[in-house]
Design a protein around this ligand. Structure first.
Ligand code: NAD
Ligand code: LMR
Length: 346
């Protein structure tokens, strides 16, 4: 029986509900696509996050199996499973943060844009549910192609009249995680000491690491710059090829998603100085943020706070190599954004 993980009809759950409602501090988080390659380790890691009091795991397959498994972990969050479209609204009601890793992954030879036809519709449907049931939630979009699925989410929210650009964030954290790792390797440092801003978007040349702004300050030869830029831009493909048809990055992605979700939750609870890279609307802060680029969406360093994106930082001084990269990135990004927008408007 799956009674013990259903929302209703279980005394053990009723007590858990009391605990969740009874002033237990923490946030209510839903993961959509929780039974997938990313979804499972992401659900496990969010169950370990001390800021989370309620964790809703939604998928169209195996949601109850994953929920039963994770619910046995002796950490604070109360876990509930939701299976299939008919339970989407229950999964979303009351959520503070919704993380979306639902959708198909790449196989060797595919681009992220090749996933558009399937994933666009999945993200659209899930965002319609969010608009209806938790319009104030912060939304973290992982499903590819991120450069198009974030604009899709924005259009769905606009249609529903609830769009708040500060609350919608495309997750590009894996690019930063990879950049920190690869740069640390070249410099012979511990990756935890390295911070690399990665801006633009989340596909091929739209992934633009700003190696001139690495912390701690350092310099690279032209050869190192080209090697690092290419490795960071092709990190996803490196994993897709190594998995040889069995999917794309899941474990490093779950790690990156939790690092990013944790930053969003720290922002929500009012911590100062929470800054991460994310793919956000250039209108998130009105005219101020449109100074980053002329594109309607762009990944850059943002400060996270009680309302989501509180500040978007300018790109800062770029060297010639980065300026050329930025022009290439903007060209491709513009088309991907437009594709997402017209998918919903058509
Ligand atoms: P997966 O196939 O292992 O898992 C996807 C899950 O989504 C499955 O459990 C599936 O049942 C579920 N799903 C499908 N349709 C759904 C719907 N309508 N509602 C709810 N759930 C649904 O794939 P994965 O490896 O976990 O990757 C998921 C997505 O994340 C892919 O699009 C992939 O390209 C993307 N991704 C993004 C990044 C990033 O950096 N943003 C990194 C890695 C992967
Ligand atoms: C990644 O960067 O690993 C993801 O976007 C998955 C992919 O298709 O490469």
């Amino acid at each position: 029986s799956t009674d013990h993980i259903q929302v209703e009809g279980s005394s053990s759950l009723w007590r858990a509900d009391c605990r969740a409602k009874g002033g237990s501090p923490g946030f209510r988080v839903a993961i959509l696509g929780a039974a997938g390659g990313i979804g499972q380790p992401l659900s496990m890691l969010m169950k370990m996050n001390p800021f989370v009091s309620v964790l809703h795991l939604y998928d169209v397959v195996n949601a109850h199996g994953v929920t039963a498994d994770i619910s046995h972990m002796d950490t604070g969050a109360v876990v509930r499973g939701f299976l299939g479209q008919s339970q989407l609204e229950d999964a979303l009601t009351g959520m503070d943060l919704v993380i979306i890793p639902a959708g198909v992954p790449r196989k060797p030879g595919m681009t992220r844009d090749d996933l558009f036809n399937i994933n666009a519709g999945i993200v659209k449907t899930l965002c319609e549910g969010i608009a209806k049931c938790c319009p104030k939630a912060i939304v973290n979009v992982i499903s590819n192609p991120v450069n198009s699925t974030v604009p899709i989410a924005a259009e769905v929210f606009k249609k529903a009249g609830i769009y708040d650009p500060k609350r919608l964030l495309g997750v590009t954290m894996l690019d930063v995680v990879r950049a920190n790792t690869f740069v640390a390797e070249v410099l012979g440092l511990d990756p935890r000491e390295v911070i690399v801003p990665v801006v633009g978007g989340h596909a091929g040349v739209t992934i633009l690491p700003l190696l001139s702004q690495v912390k701690p300050p350092c310099s690279f030869t032209q050869e190192e710059t080209e090697y690092l830029t290419s490795r960071i831009q092709n990190g996803g493909t490196e994993v897709v090829e190594a998995k040889a048809g069995a999917g794309s990055a899941t474990l490093s992605m779950a790690y990156a998603a939790v690092k990013f979700a944790d930053a969003c939750l720290r922002g929500l609870r009012g911590d100062a100085g929470v800054v991460e890279c994310a793919f956000v609307s250039s209108q998130a802060l009105g005219l101020l943020s449109s100074q980053v680029t002329e594109l309607p969406f762009f990944a850059s360093r943002v400060r996270l706070g009680r309302n989501g994106v509180e500040e978007i930082y300018p790109l800062g001084p770029l060297n010639e190599y980065e300026r050329v990269g930025l022009e290439k990135a903007k060209k491709e990004l513009g088309g991907s954004i437009e594709k997402g927008v017209s998918f919903v408007r058509k």
